[in-house]
Design a protein around this ligand. Structure first.
Ligand code: GAP
Length: 449
């Protein structure tokens, strides 16, 4: 968080303050001082994150006939992580300062001469490997035989069950398996708010393809598809880049790799990785388990190991991107024509936690309250709505800050004219809409692309 935000961008401090004030994100177990790398989603944040996950699920799974859903357990047989290479190689290199005892990732240190925390000179220990998997014990004995890991990625659950999945779903490559779920990594230096967590959610899509010479073309199609997904939900294209990994940067078995990066306030950070992993994962599990996970092609009566194209996106990072990307501090005119500053989140209507707020202009006028409440109740089954009442300036200010696209106000004229004022978040334009037409009006403006 120490770096200045990029030009025109909000600082992470402002995002964290808004997130707390409005109930998007809180520190986990805050009353005990918090715990590094763990966060909770508040009443609005829980909906925001769910909307992000639902958008991914709808587009990547439900609207496709070549992707099947999956939901694997967090704790798996420990051999899974031997086969995947995580036990051997899922390490960060770390050093300790012998004076202040603080621990650092070796690749994050600018210099080895002076500790950035206490200023001591030449105080670091030798580098050593630190495995990032979190451990637990299964059953009543806490010995090495009972030791298991909390999964550091959701992907392996889909690989070890590959045969069960394709046989039961009657799928043949090319087809994909998708899941959204928790993953855990004992990061040495969690930080940048919810960017680097120790408990987080991934949305992973494992797309298995035949080795028919079309694999690189299919990889490129997935990259394009993910590009259009971010664009569909309004992420600013100038803050998004698709960085191609060189042969030196990607694992030896990977034929191609792309990091999807977003320009966060502190600089570019990874949001998703898209990788062509060849047959590496299925081969590794076949070797260690001794089980045949190859695909049996009925037509040619042959067995083969499909190639894998993986898209792995962090849902907490995508949620954070939605907040950062939508944030704007702008000068505006209040209803009396006075210039005021407002903070507004320009969420896409499908991502916005509240899509339409319905207000009663006065708290103490039962006819207005009753009418506003009944309009809100009528809209609730179709849209994410919220009822509120009181000072209209304050009500707009609050809804702008939580990114509500439309606000409907019931006033005295509504009682005789049977209409309401609808105010649009981004343009702040207002118009009268007949109560009977409100539902279709909202439907047109809030429907996704
Ligand atoms: N199965 C491939 C895989 O796990 P990864 O690049 O290690 O690939 C994929 O992780 C995505 O998961 C990242 O792009 C990021 O969005 C998210 N992610 C990884 N580590 C994270 C962490 N410590 N906190 C939050 N999100 C994380």
């Amino acid at each position: 968080m120490e770096k200045e935000p990029a030009a025109g961008q909000v600082s992470m401090e402002d995002i964290a303050a808004l997130a707390k004030r409005r109930g998007f994100i809180f520190q986990s177990s805050e009353i005990y001082g918090g715990i590094g790398g763990f966060y909770d989603y508040g009443p609005l944040g829980a909906i925001l994150k769910r909307n992000v996950k639902d958008a991914w699920w709808r587009d990547m799974v439900e609207l496709r006939d070549d992707v099947v859903p999956f939901d694997s357990s967090i704790v798996m047989h420990p051999k899974t992580w031997e086969a995947s290479g995580h036990v051997e190689a899922f390490n960060d290199r770390l050093v300790d300062c012998k004076v202040c005892k603080h621990r650092f990732r070796a690749d994050h240190l600018k210099s080895r001469e002076q500790c950035p925390d206490c200023g001591s000179k030449n105080s670091f220990t030798e580098e050593r490997a630190f495995n990032l998997m979190l451990r637990t014990f299964v059953g009543p004995m806490e010995d090495s035989a009972a030791m298991a890991y909390l999964r550091p990625e959701t992907a392996q659950g889909m690989f070890v069950n590959f045969k069960n999945i394709y046989q039961s779903a009657r799928k043949r490559p090319p087809f994909g398996v998708a899941q959204i779920g928790k993953a855990f990594r004992n990061e040495i230096t969690p930080g940048n708010f919810t960017y680097r967590l120790r408990e987080f959610e991934q949305a992973e899509l494992e797309y298995f393809v035949p080795d028919d010479g079309q694999d690189l073309k299919r990889f490129e199609e997935w990259v394009q598809l993910r590009k259009s997904w971010y664009s569909k939900y309004g992420v600013k294209p100038e803050r998004l880049r698709f960085a191609e990994l060189t042969a030196d940067e990607r694992p030896h078995y990977a034929k191609a790799g792309i990091d999807v990066e977003y320009l966060f306030p502190w600089g570019w950070g990874e949001l998703e990785s898209i990788a062509h992993r060849g047959t590496y994962d299925l081969d590794a599990h076949m070797r260690l388990s001794g089980k045949d996970l190859r695909f049996y092609d009925e037509a040619s009566k042959t067995h083969y190991t499909p190639l894998l194209i993986e898209s792995s996106a962090g849902m907490d990072r995508t949620t954070l991107v939605m907040l950062v990307d939508a944030y704007e501090r702008e000068t505006a005119s209040d209803p009396a024509g006075k210039q005021t500053e407002r903070i507004v989140l320009h969420f896409h209507p499908q991502i916005a936690p509240v899509q339409a707020a319905v207000f009663s202009l006065a708290r103490n006028k039962p006819e207005l309250v009753e009418l506003a409440r009944s309009i809100e109740e009528g809209l609730r089954p179709k849209f994410r709505t919220q009822y509120d009442e009181g000072n209209i300036g304050q009500l707009y200010r609050r809804q702008d800050e939580i990114g509500t696209p439309l606000c409907l106000t019931v006033d005295y004229d509504s009682l005789t004219g049977h209409d309401v004022t609808v105010r649009e978040r981004d343009s702040m334009r207002q118009e009268r809409v007949a109560i009977g037409a409100v539902e279709s009006y909202l439907g047109e403006r809030l429907a996704g692309p």
